[in-house]
Write a protein that binds this ligand. Sequence first.
Ligand SMILES: Cc1ncc(COP(=O)(O)O)c(C=O)c1O
Length: 461
Amino acid sequence: MKTQDDLIAAYTSKRTKSLEHFQRAKQVLAGGVGHDLRNFSPVPMYICRAKGSRKWDVDGNEYIDFLLGNGGMLLGHADPETVDSINQAVANGSHFGNDHPLQIEWAEWITKLVPCAERVRFVNSGTEASLLALRLSRAHTGRNKILRFEGHFHGWHDEVVHGFHPPFDADGSLGVPPQVRENQVLIPDGDLNRLAEVLQSDQGIAAAILEPTGASWGRVPIETEFLRGLRELTAKHGVVLIFDEVVSGFRYSPGGVQELSGVTPDLTCFAKIIAGGLPGGAIAGKAEIMKLFDITGDAHHDRYERVLHFGTFNASPPSAAAGITVLRRVSTRQPIEHANRMADLLRGSWDDVLERHGVAGYVYGDASIFHVYFETNRERIDHATTRRDLQTRDAKLLKGIPGALLTQYQRHLRLRGVDIMSGTGGLLSSAHTEQDIIEATAAFEDTVGALIEEGLVQTLE
Ligand SMILES: Cc1ncc(COP(=O)(O)O)c(C=O)c1O
């Protein structure tokens, strides 16, 4: 049996330049990397080029990419039309600090595609989008509290940093004022009775925010029935309903989960695909609420009557140009349908691998997303007759796969040329091909075999 040390030795022997980069990075980058999820042992990835469904690191290792810029690259990397539109915008001046025509066209596409989008306000990221949506909701209702759901992720600002990773009642970060908790109500999703009780008993709730895919881009699936009930109950109690469609927007359908489910929120948060692979985000929603951005009098003196919002790079021309190109293509549905087909193929092929090896786990996901659940709870395994018996919607289980298993899983996949998103899953693009799925499935099969041998993945007897 190969040991973990053997794997690390094999991994690093093909990554000598990456190791050199890591040595330099540790001297100058706080935390050694640019994003907590880019941390990786024994060495982070340093990518220097990407095209379509593939990317290459500084050592020349090639990867089939299911990370896709954290979900932003629906058309794959360096899509020629998107690159042309960005180049054209930059050639005309990359940033003015003034409004410009592209921003209006970008907003028009969003209002055309997204059911709730009567007005749009651009920001620079998903984190900024949820921050602004919460401020707007408080301004609109005159209430302070925010209703959140365990496991759902909305970025890294103070208001949303607790509660997305189990144990859900633990602090998510140092440095967050304790008062933040006084304004938060955190409950599990899926339970409409509990939701009704909370909304009935607490009149101070301004907004309810959730990922309508279910927590963590669908890692913890949610029922459409719950979204319907949530819509009814929030409307009844005058609570602003915010869908965080930062991942699902323009991926699940041109109008996101809200188009597919027929449940229309009051506000929606966007980032990632909306800006075509460049930094950018937006909130969109009902004119009745978004009117709080309107300047009715003197812009310098009416701030007590409205919601203040600045941002040097809001709707920057290159992001707008890339966003328009991608949304125009999304409106045809073709990129979404292709990515969905490839994801279907991947989910089926990877689940067959688990079936062949009798692994206690299953592959799941919607649209162009996949997740893998590896069951590690001995009691649940002992009680299961078939893999189907392991299916669950419990956020603590689905988000509680041990870190040691996740790291080793990712190491094996990367060694075999496959990169995924955080956790066990990933996202597909319109650039992925059947050949990608065949190769990725071979890598997954070898990975699963190795993990069984290492005793990290369990089988059903
Ligand atoms: C659902 C969701 N909301 C918000 C965010 C935060 O977006 P950003 O990383 O652009 O700040 C993310 C990021 O992955 C996300 O998945």
